[in-house]
Design a protein around this ligand. Structure first.
Ligand code: ADP
Ligand code: MG
Length: 273
């Protein structure tokens, strides 16, 4: 694979959209795999109790093993729960498992409940000799404490938007939540990237939605659009990204192009934390 430019410090992105089924997990896994193939060291943090990102990276996540849940409640460090992905040598995963489903409620009564992931991640990255180039956090489809933890830990938000009729509906809620986070919990958070997903070029509607998103987010929207492709949806059941599963497929190509755009654009200019 072509080598990608590497960031000089770790870029931490959270992949968020409170709608389910818009391609958050798929984009997390495939962008991570493409960046790792391009030469970057990448960590995926699975913050969805379903653990689909873990599965897609070939990382098993049984209930009896330590997971991101134990990190959030302060029982384990990130170093203790991290697993190498079978997907690529430079790609690791902090898995989620079913215990995370209770965390949304358990976190409420904990000290610094919004900061738990950030503190654990900062400590882990600070102790690493060769820190990751990218940390990508896969969020659940809600705007609860798990997603807030991701917003506080991250510097960049990547919003996948499915090219369908109600694509922009509900987005204003996401945007105002991000604004609240910026005001109160993480002033350096920026919406750096919008990725159009599941595009069906045969419909006018998809084209219209794509144009509408570009009008709203002219600088953030990547040129690359991810097409709807069966190969993309088949790959996770083999514990693979679409890039390993079918390298020359259109889905693989477009995720590699999107990753290259992300790498070439670089981190948005922001204050040091
Ligand atoms: P989310 O994490 O936002 O809930 P997923 O990434 O799990 O969304 O995607 C939802 C469903 O759509 C999954 O079954 C996934 O395999 C499928 N999917 C995602 N992207 C594509 C695509 N480009 N082409 C076809 N199917 C896709
Ligand atoms: Mg998901």
């Amino acid at each position: 694979s072509k080598k990608l430019p590497l960031p000089s410090s770790t870029r931490i992105l959270t992949v968020s959209n409170q709608k389910g089924g818009v391609g958050k997990t798929t984009s997390t896994v495939n962008l991570a795999a493409a960046l790792a193939r391009g030469g970057a060291r990448v960590l995926v943090i699975d913050l969805d109790p379903q653990g689909n990102a873990s599965t897609a990276l070939g990382v098993e996540h049984p209930a009896e093993e330590l997971s991101v849940y134990n990190v959030l409640v302060g029982e384990a460090t990130i170093g203790e729960v991290i697993r190498p992905s079978t997907e690529h040598e430079r790609l690791d995963c902090v898995p989620a498992n079913i215990h995370l489903a209770g965390a949304e409620i358990e976190l409420v009564s904990l000290v610094a409940r919004e900061q738990r992931l950030r503190r654990a991640l900062d400590r882990y990255l600070g102790e690493m000799e060769d820190p990751y180039h990218y940390v990508i956090i896969d969020c659940p489809p809600s705007l609860g404490l798990l997603t807030i933890n991701a917003f506080v830990a991250a510097r960049e938000v990547l919003i996948p938007i499915q090219c369908e009729y109600y694509a922009l509906e509900g987005l204003s809620q996401l945007l105002s939540n991000i604004e609240l986070i910026q005001q109160h919990l993480n002033s350096e958070l920026t919406i750096s990237t919008i990725l159009l997903t599941m595009f069906d070029s045969r419909t006018n509607l998809a084209q219209q939605v794509a144009q509408e998103v570009r009008d709203h987010f002219p600088t953030q929207t990547l040129e690359t659009i991810i097409p709807r492709s069966v190969r993309v949806s088949e790959a996770p059941s083999y514990g693979q990204s679409v890039i390993s599963y079918d390298y020359s497929s259109s889905g693989s190509l477009s995720y590699r192009e999107a990753a290259a755009e992300l790498a070439h654009r670089g981190a948005p200019v922001s204050k040091e934390r």
